[in-house]
Design a protein around this ligand. Structure first.
Ligand SMILES: *Cc1c(COP(=O)(O)O)cnc(C)c1O
Length: 811
């Protein structure tokens, strides 16, 4: 495509779809027309992909995820279509600023954090590897909230990402699927003596599919992401409709459309909200129906399901799909229960994302039974069959039965979704080597004893297209020049950079790239947030959701203790290595402790940033609203990656991988994928600290008392006392009492126990940074040895270990 055709397509689009010309177009008109012009160049490939995959009856990977944290679309679509330069030149020829237009896009924030971003990386890699795959999810009207700070405290604003329309989606209302809820179930016995259940639901909604193109990189393949949006049916409330109460029926419609209104902002701590269960069933029921219709609903076709589709459950959010498939097979298509169960178990696989007990989803039997009465019956039957089998295999162990049952009795009768997922799946995987071990040995130990072959690991990954190629053009060009361009599709090729770590000229160029990225980010921060930072400081970065287990408090105590020592005259601030500590983090709106920590970080930042005694050598920068767009700008500029969760709490992390691939050095604990990062990059190129997981267990079972660490470590005591003294709250000693007293009397995540070790690792890091050339060598090695963390490799592992779905290249 030439610049001229691109320009004339763009102008035509502007006129015919937006009804404006260049003179009268708004920024949004221009952005939309640009997006449409780019999309036009992918549509043929997309249609061709669908045709090829359908003709071959290839096995499809159906990824079921309640979240997709996609990030901005335009640049990724341009990369896939190879039109980056054409689009830039075309805009320039029309007197338009491409970068300014690109910045109009509001990113679709349809996820909370790592889990949703993982799903987005996975659909990218599936497309790149030519795997027939579809991502199913929810088209939330409002994605993750927009964060602002008011007096340093988090305030949330609704994310209106669809306000001006999205040029990337293709709605198909004619392909809507009806999803039903509530009502009651009647039973009868068939002529052959089988139980026949008839569900009479009490209300229903329509699920409208919106398709998004997911183009692969370096291939013609374009897969789909299908997100469902809720719309009221004409007869939404079946009782009201039949009674003829028109007004009530109309009023009730808004209730139906509520289902896809908003993403729940809790990350790792699900709230047992009825609407959330409605969302889960809504998208899963629509997706199963959609998939089954593609395979066919005859008994013969249904029997081929295991060869035609594999459903991957991204955490427990879509696990209601298991009883839903049983309901479809048994009640709607008259498949015998045992055969239906064999089919069901062979098409589902479950990815567990957590180790925190409070993150394991449970649904009260009362609620699930009211919303989905037939599914509740099916779950009970699955459980009865499972327990009967268990009693046969492990007689006289009723404690075991109670532990493994899908139904928990205390403190509330509820369905344990992780148990249902494990029982109803072929494979269960954790998301990093350590996590998968702990899953087998702790969280699901009874199940792994019963079915050892069911458990496997697939270490997470990130897409190198978005997080290196697009985010870090400077580094990308340097790599291209050194080893060619193959690394974008085969990230293991980064290994070829290893010898260049010994090349002084290469190191200098690598350092120049990092410096230029820091300058670029400093400018972004100035324009976006009015925050000033010097590119000559260490960029020490901790960006991720705010959670106590991730331990932003430990990072903050490091800063406060440095400040405290300067105030006490313990050392001369001019000997401090210049450092900017960058935080980015959203807290769940109802997570009070997390919000207190945000307020405290901002309060400390306000005080130290304006204290002339520090001479600008130690600063905190906390830009609001950390999202994918900010991550792409910030991560390439980072010197230090803070991955400091308590060992045994972070399942994997993926932020840690993005940083290593962009040449930041990690300071971290032996947690999640940090373990594998350290093994690969080499222990000399990683700053390790902290307790190991077994040490954490031991310390906690011996009765951990954080106050002892406070008493015995003067630097720690100084930092905590300084916060408690009101130094960051205008003398108000009660302002951060909740945080202080939690650290002293609970400290569930052992911040105080790891403090000393962390401070030591930080001073090792500081000395290492002083030798810039040695630092660059270590940074180059981090890049060269992190190719393993491509999500392409994760997908290959899923294919080998779980999915067994062959690639279907076009032509
Ligand atoms: C990668 C990413 C995450 C996950 O970060 P972790 O450090 O692994 O928790 C969260 N949010 C955004 C915007 C990301 O890009």
């Amino acid at each position: 495509m030439t610049v001229e055709t691109f320009s004339s397509d763009f102008i035509a689009r502007l006129r015919h779809s937006r009804g404006v010309d260049l003179e009268t177009a708004s920024q949004n008109d221009l952005y939309s027309a640009l997006a449409w012009t780019v999309r036009k160049n992918l549509i043929d490939r997309w249609l061709e992909t669908k045709k090829t995959q359908a003709a071959q009856k290839a096995k499809v990977v159906a990824y079921l995820s309640a979240e997709y944290l996609l990030g901005a679309q335009l640049n990724n679509m341009l990369l896939a279509s190879g039109l980056e330069q054409t689009a830039r030149d075309a805009m320039a020829s029309l007197g338009l600023d491409f970068d300014k237009l690109a910045s109009v896009e509001v990113e679709p924030g349809l996820g909370n954090g790592g889990l949703g971003r993982l799903a987005a990386c996975f659909v990218d890699s599936l497309a790149t590897l030519d795997i027939p795959a579809i991502g199913y999810g929810i088209r939330y009207q409002h994605g993750i909230f927009r964060q602002t700070f008011v007096d340093g405290r988090q305030a949330e604003q609704p994310d209106n990402w669809l306000e001006l329309g999205s040029p990337w989606e293709l709605p198909h209302p004619e392909a809507s699927v009806t999803v039903r809820f509530g009502g009651s179930v009647a039973h009868a016995t068939s002529a052959t003596g089988e139980d026949v259940a008839t569900w009479t639901p009490s209300w229903e909604v329509e699920a409208v599919p919106y398709n998004y193109l997911v183009p692969g990189y370096g291939t013609a393949n374009v897969n789909s992401l299908r997100l469902w949006s809720a719309r009221a049916t004409q007869s939404f409330d079946l009782q009201i409709f039949n009674s003829g109460d028109y007004e009530a029926a109309v009023r009730a419609q808004t209730f139906a459309e509520n289902i896809s209104q908003v993403l729940y902002p809790e990350d790792s701590t699900p709230q047992g909200k009825e609407l959330r269960l409605q969302q889960q069933y809504f998208f899963v029921a629509a997706s199963l129906r959609d998939m089954i219709e593609q395979v066919g609903t005859s008994l013969d076709a249904l029997r081929t399901l295991p060869e035609r589709v594999v459903f991957q459950l991204n955490d427990t959010h879509p696990v209601i799909a298991i009883p839903e498939l049983m309901r479809l097979l048994v009640d709607e298509y008259s498949v015998a229960w045992d055969e239906a169960w064999d089919i069901t178990r062979s098409v589902f696989n479950y990815t567990c994302h957590t180790l925190l007990p409070e993150a394991l989803e449970v649904w009260p039997v009362e609620l699930l039974g009211r919303l989905l009465p037939r599914h509740m019956e099916i779950i009970f039957r699955i459980n009865d069959d499972f327990i009967a089998e268990l009693r046969e295999q492990r007689p006289h162990d009723e404690l075991l039965v109670r532990r493994m049952s899908i139904i928990q009795e205390q403190p509330l009768r509820a369905v344990r979704m992780a148990h249902l997922a494990t029982i109803g799946s072929t494979k269960v995987n954790g998301v990093a080597a350590l996590h998968s071990e702990l899953l087998k040995d702790k969280v699901l130990v009874d199940f792994s004893n019963l079915w050892p072959g069911k458990f496997t690991n697939v270490t997470n990954g990130v897409t190198p297209r978005r997080f290196v190629k697009l985010a870090n053009p400077g580094l990308s060009s340097l790599i291209d020049e050194a080893i060619g361009t193959g690394w974008v599709k085969d990230l293991s090729e980064l290994r070829q950079l290893e010898p260049l770590a010994e090349d002084a000229e290469f190191r200098a160029r690598f350092r120049d790239v990092k410096y230029a990225n820091k300058v670029r980010f400093a400018k972004v921060l100035q324009e976006r947030d009015g925050i000033e930072v010097s590119p000559d400081a260490i960029f020490d970065v901790m960006v991720k959701r705010l959670h106590e287990y991730k331990r932003q408090m430990l990072k903050l105590l490091h800063v406060v203790s440095l400040y405290d020592r300067v105030l006490k005259g313990d050392f001369d601030p001019t000997t401090l290595t210049k450092r900017v500590v960058l935080f980015g983090a959203k807290a769940a709106p109802g997570y009070l402790m997390a919000k207190e920590i945000i307020a405290l970080i901002n309060a400390v930042g306000k005080t130290i940033n304006s204290d002339p005694r520090l001479d600008g050598r130690l600063r905190i920068a906390f830009p609001a609203n950390y999202n994918v767009t900010l991550a792409e700008k910030l991560i390439p500029a980072a010197d230090v990656s803070e991955q400091i969760s308590l060992a045994g709490k972070e399942a994997s992390g993926t932020g840690n991988m993005k940083f290593a691939l962009n040449g930041a050095l990690t300071i971290g604990t032996l947690d999640g994928a940090n373990v594998e990062i350290r093994e690969l990059v080499g222990e000399d190129n990683f700053f390790l600290f902290g307790l190991t997981e077994p040490e954490v267990e031991q310390l906690q079972s011996a009765g951990y008392q954080s106050a002892k660490y406070y008493e015995s470590n003067p630097a720690l005591r100084g930092a905590i006392d300084l916060i408690a003294s009101g130094a960051f709250s205008n003398g108000d000693r009660s302002a951060f009492e909740r945080v202080v007293s939690d650290l002293l009397w609970h400290d569930r995540f052992l911040v105080l126990a790891d403090f000393e070790s962390y401070i030591e690792a930080q001073s090792t890091l500081e000395s290492a940074y002083a030798d810039q050339d040695a630092w660059s060598r270590a940074a180059v090695l981090n890049v060269a040895r992190s190719g393993f963390f491509s999500s392409d490799r994760s997908i290959r592992d899923y294919l080998d270990r779980i999915w067994h779905a062959p690639a279907v290249p076009l032509r």
